[in-house]
Design a protein around this ligand. Structure first.
Ligand code: NAD
Length: 315
């Protein structure tokens, strides 16, 4: 299906997008077109794959849309990953809305006009809004409490709208906490994993805020790419699906695993609780198993080892 097709990847120079693009190039997809503002991403993330793709520098929702319409010509499938993310842009809600809502509308209108056959959208756990409670399940009524989360939920609704009005096929994936090599390319917010890998590499104690019971669902980027491609290739359309490991990992266990991966005899240091105190954000992964036949296969230890080694080799 993908092999003889032209695929557009928005945000293809970012963390997850660059892994997806490398995968598509390895699979000898006929043509890959990347739309990226290059504000947070870097063509360097693509490695050797950069010479096999076309990169259009364009800020969706901000720049005039003509180059986007031009680039959409001949596109069969669209992976939409470009977004202003929560921590990068929480002080600039208008930019979030223009990029993630207005820009997504422009993108989907262009895709529908050019006869794109299917869209896979990278939504987020932030669409749910909750900070704790039972694992997130796709059937619950979401109450996003950030402009970013609102923008992601709106993106899902825009897809449903274009499916209804113009027959555009799609799936929307609510990613949980994605980690792996090339996460954080030098700007914005550093995740707990990146920050503490860097500390361990510098022989400093990793930091745990509060009691270390804050719990997240970590999912390795290669697994996320696999799920994302499956969401395109499946005959199923119009679904919202969690993409997570389904495993609840308290931050204290994460740090313990990271220390063991580093093989250093360092103990964590504890600092006062922060805004994450008492949080529990994990995905229910029954639907993805059923609909896409997918479950995360990389263990936390293996994923952290690959991330730690990459940060070590690239810092
Ligand atoms: N990383 C995670 O844990 C996670 C979790 C949930 C959802 N997501 C979603 O997955 C997608 C990819 O995330 P990531 O972690 O790779 O982020 P990233 O910031 O590394 O990549 C996003 C890319 O999009 C580009 N971009 C941003 N706004 C743009 C715009 N208006 N027009 C064109 N390009 C633009 C950036 O320059 C960057 O290259 C995003 O949509 C994000 O919301 C990520």
């Amino acid at each position: 299906m993908l092999k003889n097709s032209t695929v557009m990847v928005t945000g293809g120079c970012g963390f997850i997008g660059s892994h997806l693009v490398r995968h598509l190039v390895e699979r000898s997809v006929k043509r890959v077109v990347i739309i990226d503002s290059l504000r947070y991403g870097d063509p360097g993330n693509l490695g050797a794959a950069s010479s096999a793709v076309e990169i259009v520098k364009h800020q969706i929702g901000i720049d005039t849309p003509e180059p986007l319409h031009e680039a959409m010509k001949g596109v069969d499938y669209l992976f939409h990953l470009a977004a202003e993310k929560h921590n990068q842009s929480k002080d600039s809600p208008i930019t979030v809305l223009r990029s993630n809502v207005e820009g997504m509308h422009t993108l989907l209108a262009s895709a529908a006009a050019e006869g794109v056959k299917k869209v896979v959208f990278s939504s987020s756990l932030y669409a749910y809004g909750r900070m704790n409670g039972a694992p997130f399940v796709e059937t619950e009524v979401p109450h996003p409490n950030t402009v970013y989360g609102i923008s992601k939920l709106t993106g899902e609704h825009l897809l449903a709208h274009f499916a209804l009005k113009q027959g555009l096929a799609y799936n929307a994936l609510r990613y949980l906490f994605v980690y792996g090599p090339r996460q954080f390319a030098g700007m914005g917010y550093k995740s707990v994993i990146v920050k503490n890998c860097e500390r361990l590499l510098a022989d400093q104690s990793p930091i745990i805020f509060g009691d270390g019971k804050q719990t997240l669902d970590y999912v390795f980027v290669d697994d996320v790419v696999d799920a994302t491609v499956r969401a395109l290739e499946t005959e199923v359309s119009g679904e919202v699906i969690n993409i997570g490991s389904g495993i609840a990992t308290p931050v204290a266990r994460l740090i313990e695993t990271l220390i063991s991966v580093s093989k250093k005899s360092i103990r964590p240091s504890f600092e006062p609780a922060d805004w994450t105190h008492g949080s529990f954000r994990v995905g229910n992964v029954e639907k993805v198993k059923k609909v896409l036949g997918w479950s995360a296969s990389t263990s936390l230890e293996e994923g952290l080892r690959r991330t730690y080694d990459w940060i070590g080799a690239n810092s």
